[in-house]
Design a protein around this ligand. Structure first.
Ligand SMILES: Nc1ncnc2c1ncn2[C@@H]1O[C@H](COP(=O)(O)OP(=O)(O)OP(=O)(O)O)[C@@H](O)[C@H]1O
Length: 465
């Protein structure tokens, strides 16, 4: 069974300064795949607290699989993180992409941003568009794609795609082992627009609110899920009733709510309760990552709804990518260091993701769908192309063999001619050779030049001697 093994892959992204930022920025620098955090703020605080030390603290450095600086483009994030995970999902390997970081650090922007300007689109819309593009180019296989979306809000799991979500339907769902949410609506999508529309609808149901740290702060963890199954297209009616193998992958894009210090975010009342629940579930998530990184026998997955949903999606049989987002402002250095330390720990979580397969029966209905005229024409063309390529490959192998034989023949003739030339040369220059004979031999030698490349050179060398 094929697999993708290794460890959780981690990237860091530094958010550029925005209008709402106060105080000086650029406490964070990106050098190659390393994030360097200047920690002078600590020194200032120590000085103000009356401590004698005045020398600045050493900057801290963290190395990751990749780093996106302040001027990085949304496209780079997708190409490095989203695309490889998508490619693996099309092979049947589960994938999870999580964004983690302090409130206002750019998680939602990186993952979910939708914009009329294509270049500003976040990872999820790009992933959806690429998925359907890849599917449309693969005529030999049939795909089944479904979408679902949930949020964990105040320790409650809500179906964001329930048609009656606004009236409380599909709220407070149960989570079974393996992160399966019972009663969740899965929407079958045939086109990118259908899936984009579904995710836009889901996003509209996520709870956002303004805090001092972020004008539209996610007050819940949002999880967008895709189920992708793939099997070979059937071209012959004879296959009806047979079982064919299909691959099945689950792909999660997780926009975690940001950790926040309520003193800074100014959260009160409802917002305070949300912040407390966010911090508590992030702590549970951190504990799960630490236990997995330390390969502990007990992993506390049941400590929160978030970790229950992520059961099976962090390491193990799931290619897991973590994008940690940080704010470059000096005033947030403490949170930035916490985030980067967490990210370093996550890099120790092992991944051993397998290709997930199942057997499906080719029913008459499947066959009808597979044989729709357009697909059938494509299929026939693919088969014809395959045969033509095979014939061309055979022809070119035969031609190469023939050319090799010809070259060997020529090489042999040249060697014989050169041997002949050498003999004539030796005789022509021989001391015993009489003047008349030498003239004849030289004449023959010149005649042989046409046969053997190099003979002229040898002759000249001979004459010079
Ligand atoms: N790379 C970026 N380039 C430009 N603006 C950005 C970038 N990243 C984030 N922003 C802006 O910063 C603000 C906060 O970003 P965002 O809402 O994505 O943060 P967040 O981490 O999801 O916060 P929260 O946890 O509170 O939901 C938004 O106004 C967003 O447009």
């Amino acid at each position: 069974m094929e697999s993708a093994s290794g460890r959780v892959q981690v990237w860091a992204r530094v958010r550029p300064p925005i209008e709402q930022d106060h105080g000086p920025c650029h406490a964070v620098d990106c050098i190659d795949k390393t994030v360097r955090v200047r920690n002078d703020v600590d020194t200032v605080e120590r000085m103000l607290a009356g401590q004698a030390e005045t020398s600045p603290s050493e900057p801290r450095e963290f190395a990751f699989d990749g780093v996106f600086g302040e001027s990085s483009a949304q496209r780079d994030v997708f190409m490095q993180i989203g695309l490889p995970v998508l490619r693996e999902a099309l092979r049947g390997i589960n994938g999870t992409i999580l964004a983690y970081g302090q409130t206002g650090s750019g998680k939602t922007h990186s993952l979910l941003h939708q914009s009329a300007k294509g270049e500003e689109a976040g990872l999820l819309p790009r992933l959806v568009a690429s998925l359907f593009l890849m599917i449309s180019q693969d005529v030999a296989n049939v795909y089944d794609v479904e979408a679902a979306a949930v949020q964990v809000y105040n320790e409650q799991v809500d179906d964001l795609l329930n048609p009656d979500h606004q009236n409380g339907q599909g709220n407070n769902l149960n989570v079974r082992d393996g992160g399966i949410v019972t009663g969740l609506n899965w929407i079958r999508c045939m086109k990118p627009d259908e899936m984009l529309e579904a995710f836009t609808r889901a996003r509209a149901n996520v709870v956002y609110a303004e805090t001092k740290m972020n004008k539209a702060s996610s007050r819940s963890h949002a999880i967008f899920q895709l189920r992708i199954s793939k099997r070979e297209r059937v071209f012959e009616a004879a296959k009806t009733g047979q079982k064919v193998e299909c691959t099945i992958a689950r792909l999660n894009v997780v926009d975690l709510a940001g950790s926040e210090r309520v003193k800074k975010s100014g959260s009160e009342g409802m917002r305070f309760q949300e912040a407390t629940n966010i911090n508590r579930s992030l702590l549970a998530f951190g504990n799960v990552v630490s236990a997995l990184a330390a390969r502990k026998s007990h992993v506390p997955l049941r400590d929160s709804k978030l970790t229950r949903i992520l059961d099976g999606s962090i390491g193990g049989n799931c290619r897991t990518c973590l994008l940690v987002c940080v704010n470059s402002a000096f005033e947030h250095v403490g949170e930035t260091l916490n985030t980067l330390e967490f990210a370093s720990r996550a890099m120790r979580v092992e991944v051993d993701a397998k290709v997930n397969t199942a057997l499906v029966e080719v029913s008459a209905k499947n066959l009808l769908a597979d044989l729709n005229p357009e697909a059938h024409e494509f299929g026939k063309k693919v088969m014809a192309d395959k045969k033509e390529i095979e014939a061309l490959r055979k022809q070119s192998a035969e031609a190469a063999e023939q050319a090799k034989k010809e070259a060997e023949k020529r090489e042999k003739a040249v060697q014989e001619a050169e041997g002949h030339v050498k003999k004539l040369q030796q005789a022509a220059h021989s001391q015993e050779c009489r003047p008349g004979e030498a003239l004849v031999l030289r004449w023959q030698l010149r005649f042989s030049e046409d046969l053997a490349p190099g003979a002229q050179l040898q002759l000249r060398n001979g004459q010079a001697r």
